[in-house]
Design a binder for this molecule. Structure first.
Ligand code: PBG
Length: 325
C-alpha cells in the first residue's frame, strides 16, 4: 500500500504544534466594545434581546468603560439614547446632549488609556428613527443630512472623542465630516468610516438597545445584501474622502465582503459583529445547542481571519478577559 505523499495532520498533532502554526490570533487590543447609555437613567437597564448588554446610566457607563479597559480592550464605541427626539435630531449636536456628555465622561475616565469612539448618526436622535433628516416627500435628504453630520462631528470632537464612526451611509459623509473637523481645528480626530453597511435583519436587537422609533426600513441608504461590488466602490470613495479606517457590517454573513475590502484597503479595516449575531449565539448557548465560549472565540477568530484588523463586538470585554488569562 502506498503511503500518503503529504500529511497535513502532522501540523495538528499536539496543542503545542497547533499553537506554533496558528496563522490567526485574537488579542484583546483588537476588540472594541460598543456601549449604550440612556439619558435620565439612574440604574443600568438590561436589553432583553441581548443578555449581558445594558442601557447604561452615565454613572454605570463610566464604571463599565473602566472595567473594559482593565480587561484590555482596544477601544469603546459609544451609542446614546436621548429623552427627547425631534425631526432633525437636535440632541446630537447639543454639547449637553447625552452622547456628547457620555463622550466627555468616558474620555475623562479612561481617555488616556484607550481609544474612545462614538457613533456619528442621527437615528437615535430623530423621532422618525431615520439616519438623516427628511425631505418634504419623506425621503432621507442626503445633502441636508451631511450638514448635520458635520456639526455633530465637531460637537463630538469638542467633547473629546478620538474617533468618529459615521454609520448613516450618506454619500459624501466622510469628506463632509473631514472638512468640518479640520476647519474647526480637530485634525487629530480620526474617522472610522462605515464603508459597507448592509440593510440587515441582524440589527434587530440593536433597535431595542437604542429604543429605536424607526418605521419602515433603511434600504434607500444601506446596501443591498445581494451586492458585493458596490462595497469596493464605497471603499474607494471613503479612502479618497479621507477615511482613516474602514468598517464592514454585519460581519458573519459578509466575510467575503470583508476579505475583498481588506484586500484593497491601505488603512486598517474593522468589522462589526452585530447585535443579531450576538443574540443568535447567546440564545443557542442558553438552549444548550452549542458551547458558548469556544463558539464566541471561533466567531472572533473567523472575523479576524477574513481580514479584520479589529472587531467591534459586544463580547469585547469578556473575551479580552479570557484572552489575557
Ligand atoms: C445606526 C446603527 C445601527 C447599528 C449600529 N449603528 C442600526 C441600524 O443601522 O439600523 C447596528 C449595530 C448592531 O446591530 O449591533 N446608527
Amino acid at each position: 500500500m502506498a503511503f500518503p505523499s503529504s500529511r497535513p495532520r502532522r501540523l495538528r498533532t499536539s496543542a503545542a504544534m497547533r499553537r506554533l502554526v496558528a496563522q490567526t490570533s485574537v488579542s484583546p487590543r483588537q476588540l472594541v466594545l460598543p456601549m449604550f447609555v440612556a439619558e435620565g437613567r439612574s440604574e443600568p437597564v438590561p436589553i432583553s434581546s441581548m443578555p449581558g448588554v445594558v442601557q447604561h446610566s452615565r454613572e454605570s457607563l463610566r464604571k463599565a468603560a473602566t472595567d473594559a479597559v482593565a480587561a484590555g480592550v482596544g477601544g469603546v464605541m459609544l451609542f446614546a439614547v436621548p429623552q427627547h427626539k425631534d425631526a432633525v435630531g437636535s440632541q446630537a449636536l447639543d454639547e449637553h446632549g447625552i452622547l456628547n456628555q457620555a463622550i466627555a465622561d468616558v474620555v475623562a475616565e479612561v481617555g488616556d488609556q484607550t481609544v474612545v469612539m462614538a457613533d456619528l448618526c442621527l437615528d437615535e436622535f430623530t423621532d422618525h428613527g431615520h439616519c438623516g433628516v427628511l425631505a418634504d416627500d419623506g425621503s432621507v435628504d442626503n445633502d441636508a443630512t451631511l450638514a448635520r453630520y458635520a456639526a455633530m462631528a465637531v460637537a463630538q470632537a469638542a467633547a473629546g472623542v478620538h474617533v468618529v464612526g459615521p454609520s448613516g451611509m450618506m454619500d459624501g459623509q466622510v469628506g463632509a465630516i473631514r472638512a468640518a473637523l479640520d476647519s474647526a481645528g480637530h485634525s487629530d480626530v480620526a474617522i472610522l468610516a462605515y464603508t459597507a453597511k448592509y440593510a440587515s435583519a441582524f440589527y434587530g436587537p440593536f433597535r431595542e438597545a437604542v429604543s429605536s422609533t424607526l418605521q419602515g426600513d433603511r434600504r434607500t441608504y444601506q446596501q443591498d445584501p445581494a451586492n458585493g461590488l458596490e462595497a469596493l466602490r464605497e471603499a474607494a470613495l471613503d479612502l479618497a474622502e479621507g477615511a482613516d479606517m474602514l468598517l464592514v457590517k454585519p460581519a458573519l454573513g459578509y466575510l467575503d465582503v470583508l476579505r475583498a475590502v481588506a484586500e484593497v484597503s491601505d488603512v486598517p479595516v474593522a468589522a462589526y459583529n452585530v447585535s443579531g449575531e450576538y443574540a443568535m449565539l447567546e440564545a443557542a448557548a442558553r438552549a444548550g445547542y452549542l458551547e458558548r465560549e469556544p463558539a464566541i472565540l471561533e466567531v472572533l477568530t473567523s472575523i479576524r481571519r477574513a481580514g479584520a484588523d479589529f472587531v467591534l463586538t459586544y463580547w469585547a470585554a469578556e473575551a479580552a478577559g479570557w484572552l489575557r488569562a
